[in-house]
Write a protein that binds this ligand. Structure first.
Ligand SMILES: Cc1ncc(COP(=O)(O)O)c(C=O)c1O
Length: 395
């Protein structure tokens, strides 16, 4: 068959290495190898039963049809109520758009706001989809470094230097993937000041907003004046252990919400009706206890993984304040992060990611997801130790 001639944009589009490493790990498993999974950011918990029951009920009640592109109005209202309960800000249901996974909010925001030549400031290291979809939309991603010495928060002075006439959008993600870093209220206020001064929008990816360990999560949406220029992105995947349900939502000014509805009409038509109905249950106070229990367990795992990683030769690990990722520094091992990640999988049987999968600033780091059981985390780090000791013996 002659080689297919793909559109040029396919040369530029990025990917999420977690899915690639997961595929490699599954292949090894198919050959009989035992692999510890510390690569994919997916809670190992089952979805809380009250949410599953709500979905079953919705299916029986006939929520098996298309819904309006932006979502069912009572569901959009439930999101607005949850925003009120969680952040103490008032948004209208017309500002809410339900999407099949919050990843769509990232893509739709870029498609709706970014023109060719516009600059989009993205965290580095950061979730790789931001730069990928900014490029897909014709924009130019500009990395803002997140440094370990600054607890992986962006530096406001450095941000000022990145802002130009062409800056259309800044992407922030707190708590953050891959570092677990959390922006402070002061950071958010300073970012808001810059957004208003230089007239750019802020895409705030808060998909880990409920997963914080030492203090309540703050949203830039709550800073006075920011509701008009914030695109709030969230979803049910992480906090409610619902990755496979594919449900997320955007909260934005109404004109942008309408553009997102148009993009929904051009892509998925709508998010699945019965999963939308399940979201009403998920976002109700009836699910709070289940979320709190999962977060408490993530915190226990964080403490274990940080402790065990810090005991490894040449490894130091900063203690993150949110999400379920750690970003250990491996520079003192003298190893290249990509080669080491490959060896961890192939020789050690532990799947994890190179820090550079999240941008150039990830050099000298690995990323582990601790959304896995404690015994798996302990076994994974033990296997990492084996690989590192073998390396040291070879040197
Ligand atoms: C930072 C961040 N944003 C967005 C997503 C996408 O989540 P979903 O599409 O499942 O809502 C992920 C998933 O890993 C993520 O880590």
């Amino acid at each position: 068959m002659p080689a297919m001639k793909f559109a040029r944009r396919m040369d530029e589009i990025g990917t999420e290495t977690a899915f690639e490493v997961l595929a490699k790990a599954r292949k090894l498993e198919a050959q009989g190898r035992n692999i510890v999974h510390l690569e994919i950011g997916e809670p190992d918990f089952p979805t809380p039963p009250n949410i599953v029951e709500a979905a079953e009920r919705a299916l029986r009640d006939g929520f098996t049809h298309y819904t309006p592109a932006g979502g069912l109005m009572p569901v959009r209202q439930a999101v607005a109520d949850w925003i009120r309960r969680w952040y103490e800000v008032d948004v209208k249901p017309e500002q809410v758009v339900m999407v099949p996974g919050s990843k769509n909010v990232l893509l739709f925001t870029m498609l709706a706001l970014v023109d060719r030549g516009d600059e989009v400031i993205v965290p580095d290291p950061g979730y790789p989809i931001y730069a990928s979809v900014a490029t897909l939309a014709g924009g130019t991603p500009i990395g803002i470094p997140l440094r370990e010495r600054n607890e992986f928060r962006l530096d406001i002075e450095e941000l000022k230097e990145k802002i130009t006439q062409r800056t259309k959008l800044l992407v922030i993600n707190s708590p953050q993937n891959p570092t677990g870093g959390v922006l402070s209220t002061r950071d958010l206020e300073q970012i808001a000041e810059l957004a208003m001064k230089h007239d750019f929008y802020v895409l705030s990816d808060e998909v880990y907003g409920q997963i914080t360990y030492d203090g309540h999560h703050a949203s830039i949406m709550t800073v006075p004046g920011m509701l008009d220029r914030t695109i709030y992105s969230d979803g049910l995947s992480k906090a409610y252990a619902m990755c496979g349900w594919r449900l997320g939502f955007a909260v934005s000014p109404v004109p942008l919400a309408q553009k997102m509805e148009t993009l929904m009409i051009n892509s998925s038509s709508c998010a699945a009706a019965f999963t939308q109905m399940a979201a009403v249950e998920a976002l109700s106070p009836r699910s709070d206890a289940a979320v709190q229990a999962m977060v408490a367990e993530f915190k226990r795992r964080r403490d274990v993984v940080v402790d065990r990683l810090n005991a490894l030769p040449g490894v130091s690990c900063h203690k993150p304040l949110g999400a379920f990722y750690v970003f250990p520094n491996i520079t003192k091992t003298g190893q290249n992060e990509r080669e080491l990640a490959d060896r961890m999988l192939n020789e050690g049987g532990v799947a994890l990611l190179a820090g550079t999968s999240f941008g150039a600033m990830g050099k000298g780091y690995l990323r582990l997801s601790y959304a896995n059981a404690i015994d798996q985390i302990e076994e994974g780090v033990k296997r990492m130790k084996g690989v590192l000791e073998k390396t040291a013996a070879r040197a």
